[in-house]
Design a protein around this ligand. Structure first.
Ligand code: SF4
Length: 477
């Protein structure tokens, strides 16, 4: 069973583990760079990509500002199409609703497609304790379910697993031959999942978008498992975060063009499913369709005018692939189901700042996330806002920054106001660094707090000549 609850307080230990594992470092680096490069390529093929982003942002802003009205419209549209709407304020209420639906249908096993809301509310664990077993059908989700882990990436949950890892997991849990050939591994998963689809009486999905005008649930994927999850079982349940609403059907054209390209660099994902209510006469599909509208911290986020912007997110994962911190520390370091820059925003918001006050600080604020975000969320700005919240609403017992950091900053501020002292200080520092300097870097600093820095990475050595010295020596200086 994967760990449960928010574990963000352990970010330093967890990050240390990833940083010390060469195989994990390589897996994160190669996968994120591949997705990042594909995105750049896909963007360059669409004239006016930036205006598309502006349009998407404007639509999201409109929805979030009038969310109550759009939610009511969506719920009416779903019921008009023959679906049933359930409102859930907490994770327990979400799991309770799905459990009651499963029990009413007499189901002891359900198939599940990739849903981050399902991960967030720990649906599998909750239903398992009620004797109802969930089987993940997305290949990446199946891999991490067998490994007993949480997703390491919003879009690619098993981004950190190698073929060898998957071969071991399949051999141990699915009792298959031990092979590292991708085609054979996929065939093994397909065989196991086909049996699950044929047995299951209930399919659970998430939703990429939920159209208020028509009550349509929109799902994108590359494997086809979502199609089976939502149509083969007699009952379908869609878990929908309330921020997934878009107003009109025609708005989909904007978001679908952005989502695939931003997430994986695809023009469109291989399958796009539009589901409007249960089956009609003479149609295939589920006899019942339930939509669970999930709050679980989103209304609290809405109440903070600044943080509201984080609800524009369409979960494309582009900010993770661009983030230099995520690339190094990996998804599990963030301690919950959402990782990377967007995880650092919504984990404290959805769970309360006291649960994840460390996350807003896990950023260099370089702005790479803002550059790639298809809905232009100003992530660094929101992280700074959350840092303020963390300090004012949930300062640690010692209050504020560690003493070493405070002392360094005070010393720095003192020297910056005294040019002579600054000059002599930097001369002394340059002399002292010679003992530890290797080329342009200091790989191991001898004193705290610098030694904390060089535990994980090299420190750039001071330049041999200061700016002032170079300025004086310039021609005509
Ligand atoms: S914050 Fe932006 S880039 Fe990151 S997952 Fe959400 S939509 Fe994508």
């Amino acid at each position: 069973m994967p760990e449960t609850g928010v574990q963000s307080a352990h970010i330093h230990e967890r990050a240390g583990k990833t940083l010390g594992d060469v195989r994990l470092q390589e897996a994160y680096k190669s996968s994120t760079l591949r997705l990042y490069t594909h995105r750049l390529q896909a963007m360059s093929e669409v004239p006016g990509f930036d205006s598309l982003r502006d349009r998407a942002r404007a639509i999201k802003a409109e929805v979030i500002e009038h969310l109550d009205e759009y939610l009511a419209e969506f719920a009416d549209s779903v019921e008009r199409q023959g679906g049933k709407v359930h409102w859930a304020e907490t994770a327990e209420e979400v799991c309770g609703a799905v459990r009651r639906i499963a029990e009413a249908a007499g189901v002891r096993e359900f198939v599940k497609s990739k849903t981050m809301v399902g991960e967030e509310v720990e649906l599998n664990e909750a239903l398992e304790s009620a004797g109802i077993r969930g089987i993940e059908t997305d290949l990446g989700e199946l891999i991490i379910q067998l490994a007993g882990e949480r997703p390491a990436h919003i879009v690619a949950p098993a981004i950190h697993k190698t073929r060898q890892d998957v071969a071991e997991l399949f051999a141990d849990h699915l009792h298959s031959e031990r092979t590292t050939e991708p085609e054979r591994l996929t065939a093994i998963a397909r065989r196991a999942l086909r049996e699950a689809f044929s047995r299951a009486g209930l399919g659970v999905s998430g939703a990429n978008f939920a159209v208020a005008e028509t009550g349509t649930i929109v799902l994108v994927e590359n494997e086809g498992n979502i199609r089976l999850c939502t149509t083969a079982p007699r009952v379908h349940v869609a878990l929908v975060g309330i921020e997934k609403i878009i107003p009109r059907f025609k708005d989909l054209a904007v978001f679908l063009r952005l989502l695939g390209r931003s997430g994986t660099g695809q023009k469109l994902t291989a399958y796009t499913s539009l589901l409007s209510g249960p089956r009609r006469d003479s149609e295939d599909g589920p006899a019942e369709m339930h939509v669970v509208l999930v709050d679980n911290g989103r209304v609290r986020t809405l109440s903070d005018e600044k943080m509201r912007e984080s609800l524009y997110c369409i979960r494309c994962g582009a900010c993770l692939n661009a983030c230099p911190v995520y690339r190094k520390i990996g998804g599990h370091a963030y301690g919950w189901v959402y990782s990377g820059p967007i995880g650092a925003l919504i984990t404290p918001e959805f769970n309360g700042i006291s649960q994840a006050r460390e996350l807003p600080f896990a950023s260099s604020l370089c702005g790479a996330c803002r550059e790639v975000c298809p809905v232009r969320i100003n992530i660094p700005d929101l992280l700074l806002h959350l840092r303020g919240k963390a300090q004012t609403q949930h300062a640690p017992a010692a209050s504020g920054a560690p003493r070493g950091e405070k002392f360094s900053m005070q010393l720095w501020a003192w020297a910056m106001k005294r040019p002579r002292a600054y000059e002599w200080g930097s001369r002394l520092a340059r002399l002292a660094q010679r003992f530890w300097q290797r080329g342009q870097w200091i790989p191991k600093a001898p004193v705290f707090p610098m030694s904390r820095w060089t535990d994980q990475r090299d420190f750039p050595a001071l330049a041999s000549r200061t700016f002032r010295e170079r300025w004086k020596k310039r021609p005509g200086g």
